[in-house]
Write a protein that binds this ligand. Structure first.
Ligand code: B12
Ligand code: SF4
Length: 464
């Protein structure tokens, strides 16, 4: 019997993180009946031509869509395939369609939208298409005709292993410039931060893979790909410390020689038993990524981060003791955020940078991503949010934030630049300008930026 072909498209985006969402839905199809091809827009010189070619004769094209620029690329791929192969069914899934199913359906002119966790819904949908039927009653998806009931989130332990042969792993290694594999051990998040869409999409549910399964899968992948690093892309990898300890044991007892990085909250780091952190380090943990978000406790309380500022320093101290690096993510320019609050965030960034070159900070400007209580509140107050897919596609380009005036932005931008130089790994030629850059950050004095010009002239990127 001839197999049906299914094409999955990952729109262009920055960075070369593996398209694990598409790998997940592709791996859940009955592979004895469906041939799955992932076209990754980031790996193709002409992604639209490639997806049109791949969709020739295909039963269905599935597109994974994040909010922002990927929407524009998803629309282009959809229109091209719709025109050239009108019989091919087109389904969008992932974060943006999950948040705006009806708008997505009507504007993108597609056959169906899958909400939230996609494995079982998409598998059922393509079975229907293969049988010449439609999506009536398929839980978890909507079409222009059927708004089917939602599908309860499945325990990911009951879902199939991700098949990495669907991805061009070697190309990803080359583009990442390291043999790093991406892997997720959990889905969802129990927390309730009001700038984040996870609580809306997954209803604060969380499921984590059994440590033994993580160990077995990593071992098989390591034997196949000989990667040297793993990026655990979970929303919050450190959700349960005992589970993390067991995962570290699994890596250790199998003698898997790789380093790893993972996501952590400040409160989780502060609570983490030193013995667990030591085991993680021993098993290869090199860096954690902490979504600290703000250096002002009142902002943290306002956004329901459910973490104390002090916990960031406890986490940093603990990680320094165990020689684990930390990347702290901070956001400035929340709606109505006052100048003193932005200043507090920059001050905390300086303190954290002071822990050493392996303690980095990333400063982002707040953007009202959809499906979050803050954005909903802005809408209620009449703030002009993007309307429709094309406007949401442009949200990443919003350089003008109504909550960050030109003066504040100038200070933030200079701080961003000088903190990168000031606390980068020291080297002989960097040392003199590093001292000046650190002095500038400490004193907030950014006039006559001579060393900025020197640094740009000597080496365009001085980021550590
Ligand atoms: C890796 C990653 C990226 C990568 C993209 C990887 C890729 N696809 O190419 C990069 C670094 C490019 C990225 C960028 C951004 N990201 Co990001 N990212 C992630 C991260 C950490 C992991 C994604 C992942 O692999 N998950 C594991 C897989 C298994 O889950 P999944 O992708 O959700 O897929 C499931 C479902 O969504 C669904 N599904 C997904 N695709 C499809 C397709 C079809 C056809 C179907 C049926 C179902 C389906 O089924 C899958 C299995 O259940 C998530 C957090 C997380 N843990 O999910 C954030 C996350 C997805 N990112 C987010 C954000 C905010 C962004 C940015 C907007 C932030 C920014 N300004 O930089 C940008 C947007 C992209 C852009 N502007 O270009 C938000 C989502 C918000 C939104 N509305 O889209 C998340 C959830 C983080 C958060 N909590 O805020 N990101
Ligand atoms: S920001 Fe992180 S901790 Fe907060 S709800 Fe989102 S995923 Fe969970």
């Amino acid at each position: 019997m001839q197999k049906h072909r299914i094409v999955l498209y990952n729109p262009r985006a920055p960075f070369f993180t593996m398209p694990l969402g598409l790998v997940a839905v592709g791996s859940a199809l009955d592979r004895s009946r469906f041939d799955v091809t992932i076209v990754d827009g980031r790996l193709e010189s002409d992604p639209i031509a490639r997806v049109v070619e791949a969709a020739d004769g295909a039963l269905c094209l599935g597109v994974g869509v994040l909010t922002g620029a990927p929407i524009g690329d998803a629309i282009a791929a959809t229109e091209a395939v719709r025109t050239r192969h009108p019989a091919c069914r087109i389904v969008w899934g992932g974060w943006h369609p999950s948040l705006f199913p009806m708008d997505t359906l009507s504007e993108a002119g597609i056959d169906a939208v899958v909400g939230g966790q996609g494995e079982r819904t998409f598998a059922e949908l393509v079975e229907r298409y293969a049988a010449g039927a439609d999506a009536a009653g398929v839980a978890g998806c909507a079409t222009a005709i059927y708004a089917n009931p939602p599908r309860a989130m499945a325990d990911i332990n009951d879902l199939p292993e991700h098949d990495y042969s669907l991805v061009d792993v070697a190309r990803h290694f080359a583009l990442k410039r390291e043999r790093q594999i991406d892997y997720v051990t959990s889905q969802g998040c129990r927390f309730r931060c009001t700038f984040c869409a996870d609580p809306t999409v997954y209803g604060r549910s969380w499921f984590g893979l059994e440590p033994i399964r993580v160990g077995t899968e990593l071992q098989q992948l390591w034997l196949r790909y000989r990667f040297t690093d793993v990026g655990f892309q979970d929303e919050t990898f450190f959700t349960h410390a005992d589970r993390v300890a067991l995962i570290a044991d699994e890596i250790l007892r199998r003698d898997l020689e790789f380093t790893w990085m993972a996501t952590m909250r400040a409160d989780q780091g502060a609570r983490l038993d030193e013995r667990v952190l030591a085991a993680c380090k021993h098993s290869g943990l090199r860096r954690v990524m902490v979504g600290l978000e703000s250096g002002s406790q009142s902002m943290l309380d306002w956004m329901k981060k459910d973490a104390k500022l002090e916990q960031a320093f406890v986490t940093a101290e603990k990680c320094r003791r165990h020689r684990v690096g930390v990347l702290f993510n901070l956001i400035v320019g929340f709606p109505g955020e006052r100048e003193d609050s932005v200043a507090a965030t920059l001050a905390v960034a300086k303190r954290l940078r002071g822990f050493g070159p392996d303690f980095q900070v990333s400063l982002f400007y707040y953007r009202p991503y959809p499906g979050t209580p803050i954005t909903d509140e802005l809408a209620r107050r009449g703030f002009p949010l993007p309307r429709g897919l094309r406007e949401w596609a442009a949200i990443d380009d919003l350089t003008d934030s109504p909550w960050v005036d030109a003066r504040k932005r100038a200070v933030i931008e200079r701080f961003r630049f000088y903190q990168r130089i000031g606390w980068a790994k020291p080297s002989v030629w960097r040392r003199p300008i590093q001292a000046v850059a650190r002095w500038r950050c400490r004193k907030d004095r950014y006039g006559f930026p001579i060393e900025k010009a020197v640094a740009e002239w000597m080496r365009p990127s001085m980021a550590s």
